[in-house]
Design a protein around this ligand. Structure first.
Ligand SMILES: [Zn+2]
Length: 144
């Protein structure tokens, strides 16, 4: 993520996980300033918690707590978008992204839906491929 930011890309964490776990992981990586879109664990009392889905979208083709295609569309309009994903909550945005780095079940989904993707094992595999995102950025002309 730091390499992508150094290259001038905007990085968003968009997850079907829970905010508290994500923020804890990001803090360990000293990435506390990244925007996070995820499900939320909300305290209702000393021992009372509620799971909230602020980014759910009933119109989404996928029934996940966080609709990643709507967030990508709203947060990154007209920008080349790289998806790094691994599961079924990534399916809705996989067909919309300009570039997909896939792990796990997302590899099978991309293969069966004819979506161009790069299978990766981890972020280290993604690093040398980042230049491809820059090529997409260079090929997109944004009207002034
Ligand atoms: Zn969606």
């Amino acid at each position: 993520m730091q390499a992508a930011r150094r290259a001038g890309h905007e990085v968003l964490v968009v997850s079907d996980g829970v905010d508290r776990c994500i923020r804890r992981s990001l803090a360990r990586l000293e990435l506390t300033d990244l925007p996070v879109f995820s499900n939320r664990l909300e305290g209702q009392g000393p021992r009372d918690w509620r799971l909230a889905f602020p980014h759910a979208d009933d119109a989404c083709r996928r029934a996940s707590g966080t609709c990643k295609c709507a967030i990508a569309e709203a947060a990154l309009p007209r920008r080349p978008t790289l998806l790094i994903g691994d599961g079924s909550s990534d399916f809705c945005v996989a067909g919309e992204a300009d570039l997909v780095f896939a792990k796990g079940r997302l590899i099978d989904y991309c293969r069966s839906h004819g979506i161009h993707h790069h299978p990766i094992a981890d972020f280290a595999d993604a690093l040398p491929l980042l230049a491809e995102l820059q090529r997409h950025a260079d090929s997109v002309s944004v009207p002034a």
